[in-house]
Design a binder for this molecule. Structure first.
Ligand SMILES: Cc1cc2nc3c(=O)[nH]c(=O)nc-3n(C[C@H](O)[C@H](O)[C@H](O)COP(=O)(O)OP(=O)(O)OC[C@H]3O[C@@H](n4cnc5c(N)ncnc54)[C@H](O)[C@@H]3O)c2cc1C
Length: 208
């Protein structure tokens, strides 16, 4: 990750769910073409948080971030206060992965992973099959996420919901990659369950 601090401008800051914010940032330089890269944003004095680039518009040099604000946190307060025209300081981009290669691409996570999964969705080919199972505080948010999403319960029942969906679809063990992201507890539980069934899993814990 580049450690040089850069300045972006907020062009859009709006709620797309009760606690999910869309932030569009015009960056001073282009981003490489990679899935799931993130910007490390300065959210307070000596405080940085990572946010994934959900979408990149190369024409306007605009990165869209989806920030979950369903908790009391420095990053959450910072994001909720941002207004169009304000500056955002960041370093990066960092991370990122190659385009998914298997026929089936299955994403499982919580609301803070919406941007991570949207980034993967942007990079799949027409021959690939994409499913996203997301824990959301408000199921209607699925309509504004601009990718196919099946909501999971926003409580401990999410794991039962997920098992029912996976039983319904019967994705083949070969030619399927699962991407699991969000809070550490969810990531650990879902990853262990999927790997126990022989599945290929790429996981990333974000918080907790
Ligand atoms: C590579 C990477 C990419 C990431 N991408 C995104 C992204 O695109 N969008 C995004 O929203 N976040 C993303 N995160 C998580 C983000 O960087 C912060 O960790 C998260 O937003 C919490 O920061 P905070 O300052 O608001 O809360 P903190 O001050 O870190 O935590 C305050 C309290 O809130 C709890 N908490 C933290 N996050 C949540 C949450 N989402 N829901 C409920 N409780 C929580 C903590 O456990 C703690 O008790 C990413 C993290 C990584 C490592």
């Amino acid at each position: 990750m580049s450690r040089i601090r850069k300045t972006a401008q907020v062009t859009i800051a709006k709620r797309i769910g009760n606690f999910l914010l869309q932030l569009d940032l015009q960056l001073p330089e282009p981003l490489p073409c990679r899935c799931t890269q993130h910007l490390k944003c300065e959210v307070g004095t000596h405080a940085y948080r990572d946010y994934t680039v959900a979408n990149w518009n190369a024409d306007t040099q605009t990165a869209t971030l989806l920030v979950n604000c369903d908790h009391e946190g420095t990053g959450s307060y910072w994001a909720m206060d941002l207004k169009p025209g304000e500056d955002v300081f960041y370093v990066g981009p960092g991370g990122g992965s190659a385009q998914p290669a298997t026929r089936h691409v299955i994403c499982v996570g919580d609301a803070c992973a919406a941007g991570h999964f949207h980034s993967l969705y942007q990079h799949i080919s027409p021959e690939q099959d994409f499913h996203c199972f997301l824990q959301l505080d408000e199921p209607n948010t699925t309509q504004v996420l601009q990718m196919p999403v099946q909501p999971l319960s926003n409580n401990e029942h999410y794991f039962t919901d997920l098992q029912e969906w996976l039983y319904h679809y019967q994705f083949p063990v070969t030619n399927t990659t699962y991407y699991v992201a969000g809070n550490h507890q969810l990531v650990r539980l879902v990853r262990a369950s999927l790997r126990g069934q022989g599945a290929s899993v790429k996981s990333q814990g974000f918080w907790g």
